[in-house]
Design a protein around this ligand. Sequence first.
Ligand SMILES: Nc1nc2c(ncn2[C@@H]2O[C@H](COP(=O)(O)OP(=O)(O)OP(=O)(O)O)[C@@H](O)[C@H]2O)c(=O)[nH]1
Ligand SMILES: [Mg+2]
Length: 450
Amino acid sequence: MAISLLIVGHANTGKTSLIRTMVRDHTFGKVQNQSGTTRHVERITLSLADQPLLHLVDTPGFEDSMGLWQTRTSEPFVQLSNEQWLNAICEDPNYQVEYEQELKILRQLNQCDVILYVIDLRQKPLGKYLDELNILACANKPIVPILNYCHEEAGHRTAWKQCLAERHLHAHVQYDTVAFYLADERKLYQTLQSLMPDHYEALQDFMTQRERDASHRLTKATEQLTKLLIECATTQKICRSKTPSALEKATFEQSIRQREQLFVEFCLHLYAFQASDVILQDLPLEEGAWQQDVFDADTLKHWGIQTSTKAVTGAAIGAGIDVLSAGLTLGTATTLGAMIGAGLQTGYTFKSALLNKLKGQSVLALQPTSCIVLMWRGIELVRHLHHRGHAAQVAYQGNMAMKTEPDELARLERLFQKLSQRTEWHGIETLPTHELVNQLRDTLDQSLKD
Ligand SMILES: Nc1nc2c(ncn2[C@@H]2O[C@H](COP(=O)(O)OP(=O)(O)OP(=O)(O)O)[C@@H](O)[C@H]2O)c(=O)[nH]1
Ligand SMILES: [Mg+2]
């Protein structure tokens, strides 16, 4: 038999949000920043290996608990036991209209195993909330207080803990339904394990599965981000003149942005969110940050060519490049063209880039600094989705903070510079086993670890 959890609390404390986050389903119920959003009891089930494990029962919020609790000590109920009062008031025609919402909660009390009492920590433990606890205690069922909004500043945590302790409610759980942490969720299931020992093993397996799923999602997202970065770093667009036209630049930028958008969509699907959960601002691409000089010293070195000047440009080719593999000094562009045509071992892409340059064309490619921006956006997005509760209402717009130390920045620039030369990796399905790919993957793993 599955465990039945009754989710109760004052209106607008986040009951429906808690269920959405627990089931990772943003479509459950209706969530709104106003009281009285949930008007009816609604259920959803969490399963383990296709067997129902937990029934989560959402209820309308308490509105007038003080009035309801007063009836407990008035005629005709004062002589009754707590349990008898609960049953009697649910049936009494005099109270059906006044306490319509509250009675919907009370009618569920008999059928549940555990009550999760959701507290909005931004509110002080006022009398009306304490009366809700008094009413719930009449059912003689275990109550687990859920301290919601636990990641908000300046909550009333201490005052609440004190009030709960006075009512012998020591095993509370913090659980922010918007800023979600697996460790908080684990505490909830551990509390359930102690209350429902018959379900200990099943709850343990469930937690293990959840943790495995979370780690699997992170691995998938990291792998996809590695692919995005390699794909973008190796994207090149050959332009028809020495200076790329506005249209050529726009097309190139568009291709990078589309690739990033595909990554966002992949992550949204992976973490079971919808398109409206992430509305990224456009990738900032500065004018002029695009044109890569494929003839810079590093690029040439990669192909076994040593330049006589530090930053040789296309125009300076004629001034002299030592082709070490051939042991020759090239005097003119024509000679170089002939060398390439004759099968210089520099790889197809570089050959075509050289030839294009010689033909008065140019190449657009992503600068290492733009690759780093892309990387940070990706890391922040994955981090956000990993901790985004399924009740979150505000769309994520991206975090542009570049928290990189100068040394690390220089290392990343060198890494992306080297990656950008690996144009043979552009568009490949499976990433190669290569030191550069490992370095990139390690960088992402490290950043996503905490
Ligand atoms: N920042 C933050 N907002 C939350 C949290 N939990 C709920 N909210 C917001 O609080 C509002 C109310 O959430 P609901 O889940 O509808 O609350 P409820 O208790 O089901 O409300 P009723 O059905 O009206 O009783 C929504 O705007 C939620 O987005 C939380 O942990 N942190
Ligand atoms: Mg609700």
